[in-house]
Design a protein around this ligand. Structure first.
Ligand code: SF4
Ligand code: SF4
Length: 375
C-alpha cells in the first residue's frame, strides 16, 4: 500500500469521514481577507489580525509545509424543533458530551503519531480550528466540497454538518486537487434567512452581527439592535445551515462523543441562574459552552428569556438582577422589560436605587421606559 493509501485507511479507521489532499500554496483569498479585516468584520477576534501574515501560506503554520491533508468529521444531529419557553437552543456542533476540539485533536494526534512512525524524517503538524490556516479553502482545493454563500464548506452528500481538521507536512504527497465546483446556483436561502442580517454580500460574513460570534466570542453587552434576532439561540446559531437544501439529506454523524445530549437539546435556562463560577466550571468544563464563560452564557440566557416572554422564569430573572456581573444584570434588565410583569418592574425600580454601574443603570432606565408594563 502506498503512504497515501495507508494514510487514508488510518484516517478512516480513526473515524474521519473524508480525506482530501492538496498542495500547500499561497491563499487565493489574501486580498479578500485583508478587506474583511479592514472592514472590521472580525469584531473583537483580535487573534486573527494579530497573526495576519501567517494566513498567507500554510508554511506560516508549519515551516517547509508542502502538502495539506484535509479531514472531515460529521456531527449532524437530525431535525430540530423550536424549544418551549425557558429553554434555549444550542448549536448542533456543541450538543455532544465533549468539546469537538478535544475529540478531533485526539484523533489528529493519533494520525500524526502514525505518520511519524511511518516517516520518521517528516515534519508533521495537526491543526483544528485554532491555527492561522484557511481550512475551508484548503478543503475546497482538496476536493472535500465547495465554500457556500454562507462561507461554510459544504458537500453534495454530506451537507455542511462536519468539522474540518488539517494535517500539514513537509512531505510531497500526490494530491487530489479538483476543480472547485460550486453548487449554490441561484439559491440565496442562507443569505435571506439570517436573523441578524450578518451577510453583507454572498460569501461575506460580518462576524460582529453573527449570533455565533455574539453568543460565544463577544464579551460584554450584546448590541441592542441585535438582541431580538437572537431569538432562542443561547449558544451559537445554525439557521443558515438549517435552510440549506444540501443539508436536507445529510447523513447523521456517528461519532459517539458528538451525539446530542438530552440536557443540551435544548438547554434549560432556569438552571443556569443557579450556577456560581465554580459550579459553572464543573458543569461545562470540557464542553464548548465554557467558552463564553458564566457571564456570557447567563447574558445569552436572559436575552432568550426576554425574546420568549418567558414569564414563568420571572423569579430567576428578578434574582439575577443582583448578580455580581454587570453584563448579566444589564441583559436581565432588558429581559424584564420584555416580560413586562408588575413584579419585574418593581424589581427594576428597587435595583435602580442601588445600582452603581452606569451601563446597567442605562439598561434599567431603558427597560422601565420602553417596557409594556401590565396593570
Ligand atoms: S450562524 Fe446564524 S447569525 Fe450567523 S450568519 Fe448564519 S444565520 Fe446568520
Ligand atoms: S443555502 Fe443555498 S446559497 Fe446558501 S450555501 Fe446552501 S445552497 Fe448555497
Amino acid at each position: 500500500m502506498t503512504l497515501v493509501d495507508s494514510l487514508r485507511t488510518e484516517a478512516h479507521d480513526l473515524g474521519f469521514d473524508a480525506v482530501g489532499i492538496c498542495r500547500a500554496e499561497e491563499t487565493r483569498y489574501w486580498e479578500a481577507f485583508l478587506e474583511w479585516l479592514e472592514r472590521g468584520y472580525a469584531g473583537a477576534m483580535q487573534y486573527i489580525p494579530r497573526r495576519r501574515e501567517a494566513y498567507r501560506h500554510p508554511a506560516g503554520v508549519l515551516q517547509g509545509c508542502h502538502t495539506v491533508v484535509m479531514l472531515a468529521l460529521g456531527y449532524s444531529s437530525g431535525t430540530d424543533v423550536p424549544p418551549a419557553p425557558g429553554r434555549g437552543r444550542v448549536a448542533r456542533y456543541a450538543r455532544g458530551r465533549r468539546d469537538y476540539h478535544d475529540v478531533v485533536r485526539e484523533k489528529l494526534r493519533r494520525l500524526t503519531d502514525w505518520m511519524r512512525r511511518r516517516e520518521p524524517e517528516a515534519r508533521v503538524r495537526g491543526v483544528v480550528d485554532t491555527a492561522p490556516l484557511f481550512e475551508r479553502e484548503f478543503a475546497e482545493r482538496a476536493g472535500l466540497g465547495w465554500i457556500g454563500k454562507h462561507t461554510l464548506l459544504l458537500d453534495r452528500r454530506r451537507g455542511s454538518w462536519f468539522f474540518l481538521a488539517a494535517l500539514l507536512t513537509d512531505l510531497i504527497l500526490p494530491v487530489d486537487e479538483q476543480p472547485s465546483l460550486q453548487h449554490c446556483g441561484t439559491c440565496t436561502a442562507c443569505l435571506e434567512s439570517c436573523p441578524t442580517d450578518a451577510f453583507p454580500a454572498p460569501y461575506q460574513l460580518d462576524a460582529r452581527k453573527c449570533i455565533s460570534y455574539l453568543t460565544i466570542e463577544h464579551r460584554g453587552p450584546i448590541p441592542l439592535q441585535l438582541r431580538d434576532g437572537i431569538g432562542d439561540w443561547v449558544f451559537g446559531c445554525d439557521v443558515c445551515q438549517e435552510v440549506c437544501p444540501w443539508n436536507r439529506k445529510a447523513p447523521a454523524g456517528t461519532e459517539p462523543d458528538f451525539l446530542p445530549q438530552p440536557e443540551l437539546s435544548p438547554l434549560d435556562l432556569r438552571s443556569l441562574f443557579e450556577l456560581d463560577d465554580a459550579s459553572f466550571k464543573r458543569r461545562f468544563a470540557h464542553t464548548p459552552l465554557s467558552r463564553p464563560g458564566r457571564a456570557g452564557l447567563l447574558r445569552n440566557a436572559a436575552i432568550v428569556l426576554g425574546n420568549q416572554r418567558a414569564v414563568e422564569c420571572e423569579p430567576q430573572l428578578c434574582r439575577a438582577l443582583e448578580d455580581d456581573d454587570p453584563c448579566v444584570r444589564g441583559a436581565v434588565a432588558w429581559a424584564l422589560g420584555k416580560l413586562g410583569t408588575a413584579r419585574g418592574r418593581q424589581a427594576l425600580l428597587a435595583r435602580r436605587s442601588v445600582e452603581s454601574d452606569p451601563d446597567v443603570l442605562e439598561e434599567i432606565t431603558a427597560a422601565l421606559q420602553e417596557g409594556k408594563w401590565e396593570g
